[in-house]
Design a protein around this ligand. Structure first.
Ligand code: HEC
Ligand code: HEC
Length: 380
């Protein structure tokens, strides 16, 4: 026997239920809306309920110059916008052929990064950069998003992948707006979030950015130790902490609650000594400053154990190899950051023990607050 696919069942059932359950004065369109609201919407909403804006976990929201809670920001995320943003973030219909969602590359189980060196988008096309995490970015210290900082807000950033030909592949933002406008179920949630049912690219990106802001990571063993729990971490972690913030100078760049200065530095990753060129010029593409060649945004070290392989091109396989790279002073090139260049800074030459301690420290930064799974049901 041939089974009906769910979409066919919906197609057949809708008009039948509609005609019998409601008074005959109701127009066909109103009837359909009523049915959507009563039955299907309950299903969608059950898989993505409205929840209060969460408080930051231990260790987050502690920057001196920034608000302590998400709700203290100007134009803060609202529960309704976050619900809408969560659907949009996980909805593959945002891509041209319905195959790629934001979560295809930013996977929750990898702290919203991915386990591959670089990203694969629409039609199996492989990009040149790795999808970074975006946890704790409500507290970004500098308004720079992407590895090269070319977007100035999470909203601006979110519009990028939708029209990137190798990521989600839409011709322009209007295509995305038109497509979502045809999915009748979404109108109710745009109204709930923004006051009217109109769908615009500004509203789409605002909702997604607000969902991203609620993805926080803290309360790691390291945060608990810092808050006074002596047993939260091992001795190696404590020694690794001392190195990170001391003789290994890691906190020259990885600093603050999110362990990043949000600025750009050249470690030499991607430098080809033979051709004397970078595979990727990084920040230079934005500023055209010679000194920015091969410089990339300092990533947060939180949840780093979930994000191998490392660096903007995923070229470094393990945390141990990352530390070894710093130990020898980065990869020599004309633009190497002075903070790690051994001609200016002291060469680290870390011992085997110290390398393990730094790795143990970084592994103690696995936090909580960002975890999520895709909603099982979406507005239709
Ligand atoms: C095909 C894979 C892919 C898809 C799909 C994708 N991204 Fe990304 N994302 C990346 C890559 C790769 C980067 C880094 C690109 C760069 O720096 O040029 C990135 C960067 C980001 C950043 C910047 C983080 C930071 O620290 O600056 C955010 C935020 C982000 N993406 C959110 C999203 C959202 C929201 C969507 C859906 C609308 C999305 N991404 C879709 C791969 C992807
Ligand atoms: C001069 C600034 C600077 C210093 C000092 C520094 N880092 Fe970094 N770190 C960066 C930048 C920039 C990147 C990304 C580089 C790239 O992708 O090309 C990075 C990447 C990393 C990564 C990979 C993270 C990821 O998501 O891919 C780890 C782990 C790391 N650093 C740990 C350390 C440790 C441990 C130290 C001390 C031994 C240290 N860093 C010192 C700037 C710095």
């Amino acid at each position: 026997m041939r089974r009906l696919s769910p979409s066919w069942i919906g197609f057949i059932a809708l008009p039948i239920i509609g005609c019998c359950a409601l008074p005959s004065v109701t127009s066909a369109e109103e009837t359909a809306t009523a049915v959507i609201e009563s039955d299907e919407a309950a299903n969608w909403e059950a898989s993505n309920p409205i929840v209060p804006i969460p408080d930051p976990p231990l260790g987050i929201g502690t920057d001196e110059n920034l608000p302590a809670k998400l709700t203290d920001f100007e134009d803060p995320p609202t529960p309704e916008r976050v619900r809408l943003g969560r659907w949009l973030f996980f909805d593959a219909r945002l891509s041209a052929d319905n195959s790629v969602s934001c979560a295809t590359c930013h996977r929750p189980e990898h702290a919203f990064s991915e386990p591959t060196p670089t990203s694969t988008g629409i039609g199996g096309q492989v990009g040149g950069r790795k999808a970074p995490t975006f946890t704790n970015l409500a507290w970004a210290t500098l308004p720079h998003f992407f590895w090269d900082g070319r977007a100035a807000s999470l909203e601006e950033q979110a519009g990028g992948p939708m029209i990137n030909p190798i990521e989600m592949g839409n011709a322009d933002h209007q295509v995305v707006v038109d497509k979502l406008s045809k999915i009748r179920g979404y109108a109710k949630y745009f109204e709930e979030a923004f006051g009217t049912p109109d769908i615009t690219i500004e509203r789409i990106t605002k909702a997604i950015a607000d969902y991203e802001r609620t993805r926080m990571s803290g309360n790691s063993p390291w945060d608990r130790w810092r808050a006074g729990d002596q047993d939260a971490v091992s001795d190696d972690v404590k020694k690794g902490h001392r190195l990170f913030f001391g003789n290994a100078f890691c906190n020259n760049c990885h600093k603050g609650p999110n362990l990043t200065d949000g600025d750009f530095h050249n470690l030499g990753v991607g430098w080809d000594a033979e051709t004397e060129t970078f595979a990727d010029v990084g920040r230079y593409a934005v500023t055209e400053e010679e000194s920015d060649k091969g410089a990339f945004k300092t990533p947060s070290i939180r949840d780093v154990s979930k994000r191998a392989p490392y660096m903007h091109d995923g070229s470094v396989k393990t945390l141990r190899e990352v530390v070894e790279l710093y130990s020898k002073g980065g990869i020599p090139n004309p633009y190497l950051d002075r903070k790690i260049d051994r001609r200016f800074a002291e060469r680290l030459d870390l011992s085997e023990k110290q390398i393990l301690q730094l790795v143990a420290f970084m592994e103690s930064l696995d936090g909580e607050g960002y975890q999520d799974t895709a909603p099982t049901s979406f507005p239709q």
